[in-house]
Design a protein around this ligand. Structure first.
Ligand code: SF4
Ligand code: SF4
Length: 284
């Protein structure tokens, strides 16, 4: 499968399960029905067919991707020249990880780390996380920490960032998205696309390949989490015809903030938005 030229991200949701339970989790597990998870062999077969580029890695994510029962066999079984990134809460056993995964497996030329640890103050111990990341850095892995800059904890977040930086860790902040204290946080290209009272029709052209645990490809995060209107299955030879095309959507107004926020692209240039949307007037 060839990835369209305008694509900026490949997100492989190995599982939507997680061993933590953050109250603000965007995966909203309480509302997610159980989904079938493809086996390691199915993932290896499916992902091996993706023709990507060194600057467009396949990002293994979730949920917590390392709790997929075949996580290590997937990492080991994919072609070694397939660039891989990992988004994780670092709950894995570091000794097992360093034993089974060579540092070169998650390493490439990019202005940010290939292993991106999300730190969540509610459910993770800060110093344990720092210790794990320092161990990984010492062993040669490309790893950094990202934390959501929650407005209720802004000073604590900055203090943690300072401590981590003193330890030589690349510690970056992510915008808090959504409402807090009666205010909408986040910088959105289409502010009317979220929390609307009624949904509208729109033409939408995404720039991300998003694959759910069962191997279904969705046009955006909102559809993936809601498990509605997949474009098709990753193993379907005809799916390539549907990827990257303009999609006629009836759910504009119920978009996921991740899809319509203004953010960095993979070259760390600010101003990117995952979806290019043309809302259709309701009387059209
Ligand atoms: S670690 Fe991430 S995926 Fe897991 S519950 Fe927390 S926010 Fe959700
Ligand atoms: S308009 Fe919103 S909900 Fe519809 S495909 Fe685009 S991002 Fe997803």
């Amino acid at each position: 499968m060839t990835i369209p030229e305008h694509f900026n991200y490949i997100g492989i949701f190995l599982t939507l399960r997680c061993n933590l339970n953050c109250s603000y989790c965007i995966n909203n597990f309480s509302k997610l029905e159980h989904r079938r998870e493809m086996s390691g062999k199915e993932w290896i077969d499916a992902l091996s067919s993706i023709q990507t580029k060194s600057d467009l890695p396949i990002s293994l994510q979730g949920g917590e991707p390392t709790i997929h029962p075949d996580f290590y066999s997937i990492v080991d079984g994919l072609p070694q020249d397939t660039p891989l990134d990992l988004l994780t809460n670092a709950s894995f056993d570091v000794a097992e990880f360093t034993d089974k995964v060579h540092p070169a497996r998650f390493k490439r030329e990019a202005p940010y780390a290939s292993i991106r640890v999300s730190y969540h103050f509610e459910t993770m111990d800060f110093f344990t996380t720092i210790d794990k990341v320092i161990t990984l850095l010492d062993r040669g892995y490309s790893v950094g920490i990202w934390e959501i800059d929650h407005p209720a904890h802004h000073q604590d977040v900055l203090d943690r960032q300072l401590m981590a930086k003193h330890s030589g860790i690349d510690y970056r902040l992510k915008d808090f998205l959504g409402e807090w204290g009666g205010e909408l946080y986040g910088n959105y290209k289409y502010p009317e696309a979220i929390n609307a009272k009624t949904k509208r029709r729109a033409l939408c052209r995404g720039s991300e390949l998003l694959v759910d645990p069962g191997g279904y490809i969705f046009p955006c995060h909102a559809h993936l989490y809601a498990n509605c209107h997949p474009l098709g299955h990753i193993s379907d030879p005809l799916i390539k015809e549907k990827i990257g095309r303009t999609y006629s959507c009836l759910s504009f107004g119920a978009c996921n903030p991740c899809d319509i926020k203004i953010k960095f692209n993979r070259y760390q240039q600010m101003g990117h938005c995952s979806c290019k949307i043309t809302p259709i007037p309701s009387d059209a």
